[in-house]
Design a protein around this ligand. Structure first.
Ligand SMILES: CC(C)(COP(=O)(O)OP(=O)(O)OC[C@H]1O[C@@H](n2cnc3c(N)ncnc32)[C@H](O)[C@@H]1OP(=O)(O)O)[C@@H](O)C(=O)NCCC(=O)NCCS
Length: 203
């Protein structure tokens, strides 16, 4: 199993506490999403019950139902309190979940990893790419990380294309640890804040 992130630059105490504090006070991710709470269990369970969403993602509970999603939300609220993780959900005007974002944060490395999905009716419309860009900007600018890493299943072409276009550097294949035990081969990318800022400054 590979421990993430692969690139590890120790963050100063001040930076670590800034990141922990930014995570623990987060209520929303711009206007796109809010922190998933008990009131979101039904909407998130419905979203994650779609195999188009859950099949490619190894960090989700093995079984999706009301209880496992409630525990998943509770675990992330604990991580948020420690400044080490966030689970965010986007909902539409009818209260239906249209996307979710699962952010694992390593304050000690000023680094994080984003996972998530958008509802199948919104996939392949460019929305994943534009949403991901907004989340990456928020992670660098508001949460204060210096490095974002990403993993995807070997056959997840859309994620690979999206990350390549945004400017992530493909590092190679790693073994991801499954929450229920076992390993999944994954492709692995990184994006440094300095490289992202450089790319943003280009016309
Ligand atoms: C991954 C995901 C967020 C991407 O969002 P999306 O809106 O569907 O994707 P986009 O329309 O932004 O397209 C992303 C890229 O894949 C390409 N693409 C789309 N469908 C494709 C296909 N069937 N084959 C090859 N490439 C494809 C697009 O052209 C685009 O590439 P480009 O930026 O070079 O033009 C979304 O598909 C999703 O939620 N998938 C299920 C869960 C998942 O895989 N999550 C990521 C886990 S790491």
């Amino acid at each position: 199993m590979t421990d993430l992130p692969l690139t590890r630059i120790a963050a100063s105490e001040a930076k670590q506490s800034y990141i922990r504090s930014a995570v623990s006070i987060t209520e929303s991710l711009t206007e796109m999403a809010h922190v998933a709470k008990e009131s979101d269990i039904v909407a998130l369970t419905t979203l994650l019950s779609d195999p188009e969403i859950s099949q490619p993602i190894y960090t989700l509970p093995a079984q999706i139902n009301h209880d496992t999603v409630a525990a998943f939300i509770g675990q992330h609220l604990d991580e948020r309190e420690r400044g080490e993780g966030l689970l965010m959900i986007s909902t539409d005007e009818n209260g239906l979940a249209t996307a979710y974002y699962d952010i694992q944060v390593w304050p000690e490395w000023a680094s994080c990893k984003l996972g998530g999905a958008i509802s199948s009716k919104h996939q392949n419309t460019g929305r994943g790419g534009s949403g991901a860009l907004e989340v990456f900007a928020w992670l660098f600018e508001i949460i204060g990380v210096d490095l974002i890493c990403e993993t995807a299943a070997l056959d997840n072409i859309r994620t690979a294309r999206l990350l390549d276009r945004i400017g992530f550097t493909y590092i190679g294949e790693i073994d991801s640890k499954l929450p229920g035990g076992g390993l999944r081969p994954s492709r692995y990318w990184e994006l440094k804040k300095t490289d992202w800022q450089h790319a943003q400054s280009k016309p």
